[in-house]
Ligand binder design. Structure first.
Ligand code: RIB
Ligand code: CA
Length: 309
């Protein structure tokens, strides 16, 4: 697995789970939740705290066309809540995330590319190597939503942050597994999960507990929820345990020009036979539901196991 991310509280938990559950061959960073300096620093800090032998390659500092934004109101000014990070003893393997994605897709058989931030690096990788999709074993994103938005009424943050990149990705990958808000809002991590991580006591579990502390408190303030959707870790679990998720294949495209709807993933759920001329080919497997308890317990178990790996 190669994860392209914008750590980010949930990105960080996704990296920890992936490190335990998959052969995580690399991490690429992108501007998103916070600026590229912070997202890259945070990715390095996660690998250092959890003692992961995984290279970090720095990527795009801004979207293709859209203005640079952030989600610091959700993730805190540094991107990892109020977690005290250690002095970094690690540095990036390169500042060429796009080259690393393309080279790794060529070198590693059955590579699963998982993008859990804005899709800028992925769109640039498609421009560098139009055959990228055929070199991959699978492609999954955390992003979008058929019936949900978070940063606007209809747009999810990763797609909204760089909608031109998202449009390129949906149009040029023959099949994308879309782990959107429809399913991630049904998979919440709660104080009891944080307590289980805290009680385990290892460095990765302790970091995840600290991240969850902040995420659960902020989710309560913003949405009045009793838990936090750990969006990106759900995307990793959709790759590792697809049996825990329910989805459907539909045509998906991204609105770029709408005044109210820019950044919306338009999911065409009309019955195929009656969709008429304008229905495109199904280019996405859109996930709608999951076994919440099984997904959350798998994430917690994986992070705890990482400390004894
Ligand atoms: O909308 C949720 C997504 O936006 C997650 O990937 C989160 O980390 C932010 O990037
Ligand atoms: Ca993210």
């Amino acid at each position: 697995m190669l994860i392209d991310c914008d750590p980010g509280l949930d990105d960080a938990i996704a990296l920890l789970a992936a490190a335990q559950l998959t052969d995580l061959v690399g991490i690429t960073t992108v501007n998103g939740n916070v600026g590229i300096d912070h997202t890259t620093h945070n990715a390095l800090a996660v690998t250092q705290i959890a003692d992961l032998d995984v290279p970090v390659h720095r990527g795009a500092a801004r979207p293709l066309i859209a203005p640079t934004i952030d989600a610091a109101y959700v993730h805190g000014p540094t991107g990892l809540g109020s977690v005290e990070l250690p002095e970094l003893s690690r540095s990036i393997a390169s500042d060429d995330a796009v080259g690393f994605i393309c080279d790794t897709a060529r070198a590693v058989d059955d590579l699963h590319l998982v993008a859990v931030g804005p899709l800028t690096n992925i769109a640039l990788a498609l421009r560098a190597d139009p055959d990228l999709p055929s070199r991959l074993g699978g492609f999954t994103i955390m992003g979008g939503g058929a019936h949900a938005g978070n940063v606007t009424a209809v747009a999810e943050f990763n797609v909204w942050a760089d909608p031109e990149a998202a449009a390129i990705v949906f149009r040029e990958f023959p099949m994308t597994t879309m782990v959107g808000l429809d399913v991630t809002h049904r998979v919440l991590m709660r104080p009891a999960d944080r307590d289980r991580l805290r009680a385990a006591g290892g460095p990765a579990a302790g970091l995840a507990a600290d991240l969850l502390d902040f995420a659960v408190a902020r989710a309560g303030e913003i949405a009045g929820r009793d838990g936090a959707p750990i969006h990106d870790a759900s995307a990793v679990m959709a790759v590792v345990r697809p049996d825990l998720f329910r989805g459907e294949e539909h045509p998906v495209d991204v609105e770029l020009a709408g005044t109210l709807t820019r950044g919306m993933t338009v999911v065409d759920q009309r019955p195929r036979g009656r969709a008429g001329e304008d229905a495109g080919r199904a280019n996405a497997r859109v996930l709608f539901d999951a076994d919440e308890a099984a997904v959350v317990n798998s994430i917690v178990d994986a992070v705890i196991a990482l400390d004894s790996a």
